[in-house]
Design a protein around this ligand. Structure first.
Ligand SMILES: NC(=O)c1ccc[n+]([C@@H]2O[C@H](COP(=O)([O-])OP(=O)(O)OC[C@H]3O[C@@H](n4cnc5c(N)ncnc54)[C@H](O)[C@@H]3O)[C@@H](O)[C@H]2O)c1
Ligand SMILES: [Fe+2]
Length: 356
């Protein structure tokens, strides 16, 4: 057996770890990036009271950050040159902060790198991530998803210097998430865990994180469905998302994520739902291909029927529920197998239900 595992992010986890932000910023000048929503206000105030006044604040980050949004943000940061960026928010905020870190708050270098692979002279600015959703794992990866609705495509920044310097996972921050976002972000994390298992890049370390992640998430979500104020379940959900992040940070995602992108771009389906409703179908195509993967999937689910579990959580079982017709579905699945993330998938298209 031979493999490598690498994740350089300094991780602190637990209720109240937000209070360590002052020590992490350590007197450096910083740019605070966050969402405009009211639930961010108390956390944002806590950050500034502990880390000092930021050099500037970007609080206009919307879900699925687009090139157009990031251009406007950079235009508003003309001349701002922080020593570190603090990202307080969900994956959209953390990914936007990575774009800003790569280009030192200037649009052209990050854009030209993203679209044309143009080299960037300086290493990215350091980034401290404070996730407020329990899902994307972007706080533990070196990737940022940037959306280009005009070009009908999803773009991906991928640089070793975009691993955050540190992450504070404080489950209390996700307590204000409504059920729909709790579910979507939680299922995004479940998808990361399973996608790292049916993946040509899987290794024993990523597998261990993924199996534990799936356990945590499958236990936490039904509890949160019953009671959003269940603090223990929030912690379990944040732990599951963190473990899933540690798993897929070393494997990337696979087929379900490639299926998800057109569903988000063309049908407006939230990322976490778009990459999870099809997990039972993707699993069917994966089972029987690799004994280690089969064993890990069985351990992940621990006897739970994935289709039934998703149905109880209110997730539709097939794409027709989002308005996707049969021809379009075949096109989406075929393209997903051909794309880069699809090629991470261990199964072949003939094994996918309805595609044989
Ligand atoms: N870089 C990666 O590795 C990676 C992995 C998976 C997903 N992503 C990307 O992340 C994005 C999705 O991120 P997300 O699921 O975290 O959601 P999000 O960041 O898009 O946030 C969704 C909504 O929830 C609100 N919100 C966030 N935290 C809240 C809280 N604590 N209380 C109340 N409201 C809150 C936000 O303001 C926003 O309106 C997508 O663009 C996806 O492509 C990136
Ligand atoms: Fe995802």
């Amino acid at each position: 057996m031979s493999f490598a595992y690498h994740n350089p992010v300094r991780l602190r986890f637990g209720e109240g770890v937000l209070d360590e932000i002052g020590a992490l910023v350590a007197g450096r000048s910083y740019l605070l990036v966050t969402h405009p929503d009211a639930p961010m206000r108390p956390w944002r105030d806590r950050v500034t009271s502990l880390a000092g006044e930021p050099l500037a604040v970007v609080d206009t980050i919307e879900p699925n950050p687009s090139l157009a949004l990031l251009r406007r943000v950079c235009d508003g940061l003309d001349g701002v040159d922080p020593e570190v960026i603090v990202a307080l928010g969900g994956g959209s905020v953390i990914d936007s902060a990575k774009f800003l870190a790569a280009g030192h708050c200037r649009f052209a270098p990050a854009h030209d790198h993203l679209l044309h692979g143009a080299p960037i002279a300086a290493p990215a600015l350091p980034l401290i991530a404070i996730p407020t959703t329990a899902g994307t794992g972007s706080d533990l990866t070196k990737w940022a998803t940037i959306w280009d609705p005009e070009g009908n495509r999803k773009l991906s920044l991928n640089r070793d210097d975009l691993y955050p310097e540190a992450v504070l996972v404080d489950p209390l921050l996700a307590a204000t998430l409504p059920w729909a976002m709790t579910l979507a972000s939680g299922l995004d994390a479940l998808s990361h865990a399973l996608e790292s298992l049916w993946n040509v890049n899987a290794n024993p370390v990523s597998r261990t994180h993924a199996v534990q992640a799936a356990h945590d998430i499958l236990a936490a979500l039904p509890r949160l469905q019953r009671d959003l104020s269940d603090r223990e379940a929030r912690s379990l959900m944040s732990l599951g998302a963190t473990r899933a992040g540690l798993a897929f940070s070393n494997t990337q995602t696979a087929l379900a994520h490639n299926i998800s992108y057109p569903l988000t771009l063309e049908y407006g389906v939230t990322h976490g739902i778009a990459c999870s409703f099809c997990l039972p179908q993707v699993m069917q195509a994966a089972l029987g291909v690799d004994a280690d993967c089969d064993a890990a999937l069985a351990a992940s689910l621990g006897g739970t029927n994935l289709r039934d579990a998703l149905s109880r959580l209110g997730v539709p079982a097939d794409a027709a529920a989002f308005g996707v017709g049969p021809d379009d579905w075949r096109r989406i699945v075929t393209d997903a197998f051909a794309g880069q993330r699809g090629r991470n998938f261990i199964g072949s298209i003939g094994r996918f239900p309805g595609m044989g």
